[in-house]
Design a protein around this ligand. Structure first.
Ligand code: EPU
Length: 334
């Protein structure tokens, strides 16, 4: 176990923003984690969905529980257990190599396995929860280990029990993925289908390696390279409005993209922000990214958390004033 006092979190958030933790601790076993429990804490992964607006006057925890192993195997699937600290995209690459399928559309998403299960990361028509068998966690109040089958994790769009009803009560230690040995490409997402068609491929000709490469190419074409430009990916979630509200908007903006979902109609936050003319708009060192306006960036490395926060509030105000739609941050603002 490693602990540090007055520790810089700049390397622990993909926005690349300077903030300090009163104490920072990294553990590599469940016993190590148990020894750190007992005071309030903030648990982080790779910091790819975090915005620090001030120093954190408390304990910041980070898992260093690594390792992947097959724990069950049948003719058509495997169950693979991965430590919370595994880099999610390295895990996806390994699964593609091993012929374990289901995660291809989630290629190149930044972050670690534990946070992926907390946030229910998603992209290109897929969500990680579809491949989760169960989640191992430690209860912070008791130190007890628990195993939550997927149905108990209350997965929804970018949400889970770990982020909602039991926020702060459970620390994810391992995630068990159920992956198929049979590959069926998931080409539901229109832009992905168009990419495949443009390459002259029929769905039957799509291999797992090709699908991973296609997703990586699409992400690289619109999202900033985290090694160069700080960001936390999409800053807001796509808003879901009532069918009635969507109908009213469609009358005024017939070209507005809409997607019918279980609880209403999902709108494209990127489109709403774009239509407010906000691409490139800046506050201090923070800007609305030109190629994907749902992403706010630390343009040249000089942005403060306050700059990004002020920019996000400006975006929210403009979208509300023009469309009457409230944008909710996806990023955890601290
Ligand atoms: N659009 C514009 N202007 C632009 C860019 C996009 O109007 O400059 C509109 C277009 O209509 C486009 C639509 O936005 O069709 C959707 O854009 P995109 O395919 O990039 O998807 P998104 O809904 O903006 C979501 C996820 C991303 C994920 C992509 C791809 C959320 C909050 N974001 O973005 O996830 O990579 O789909 O599946 O659901 C993340 O969560 O950090 C993230 C990057």
């Amino acid at each position: 176990m490693k602990t540090f006092d007055n520790y810089s979190l700049r390397a622990h958030n993909t926005f690349g923003i300077e903030a300090r933790a009163r104490r920072f601790a990294e553990y590599d076993s469940i016993d190590g984690l148990r020894r750190l429990l007992g005071e309030p804490f903030l648990h982080i992964g790779a910091g790819s969905n975090l915005l620090f607006t001030k120093d954190y006057d408390g304990l910041v925890l980070h898992s260093a529980i690594h390792g992947t192993e097959v724990i069950a195997e049948a003719a058509d699937h495997v169950v693979v257990r991965a430590g919370a600290a595994e880099v999610f995209d390295d895990f996806v690459a390994r699964c593609v190599e091993c012929g374990w399928h289901g995660l291809e559309n989630l290629s190149l998403i930044p972050g670690e396995v534990g946070a992926a299960a907390v946030q229910n990361i998603g992209a290109y028509g897929a969500e990680v929860s579809a491949c989760i068998d169960s989640v191992e966690a430690v209860e912070t109040a008791t130190g007890r280990e628990v195993l939550l089958p997927r149905a108990d994790c209350r997965y929804a769009y970018r949400s889970s029990i770990f982020k909602s009803a039991r926020r702060g009560e459970l620390v994810v230690t391992y995630v068990r993925f159920r992956l198929s040995k049979r590959f069926v490409p998931d080409l539901q997402y229109a832009a992905l289908r168009r990419h495949v068609e443009a390459d002259g491929l029929s769905p039957e000709a799509v291999s797992p390696q090709y699908l991973r490469r296609a997703v990586i190419a699409m992400r690289e074409s619109k999202l900033p390279d985290p090694r160069v430009t700080g960001s936390a990916g999409s800053f807001f979630i796509n808003p879901v409005v009532s069918a009635e509200k969507a109908g009213l908007l469609a009358r005024d903006f017939p070209e507005m993209p809409t997607y019918v979902v279980e609880d209403g109609v999902k709108l494209s936050a990127a489109w709403l922000i774009d239509r407010c003319g906000l691409k490139g708009f800046s506050v201090g060192g923070a800007s609305v990214y030109e190629r994907q306006p749902l992403v706010l960036v630390n343009r040249d490395g000089t942005a403060t958390g306050a700059d990004v926060l002020a920019l996000s509030r400006h975006v929210q105000r403009e979208v509300l004033a023009r469309f009457g739609v409230t944008l909710t941050p996806e990023v955890n603002i601290l």
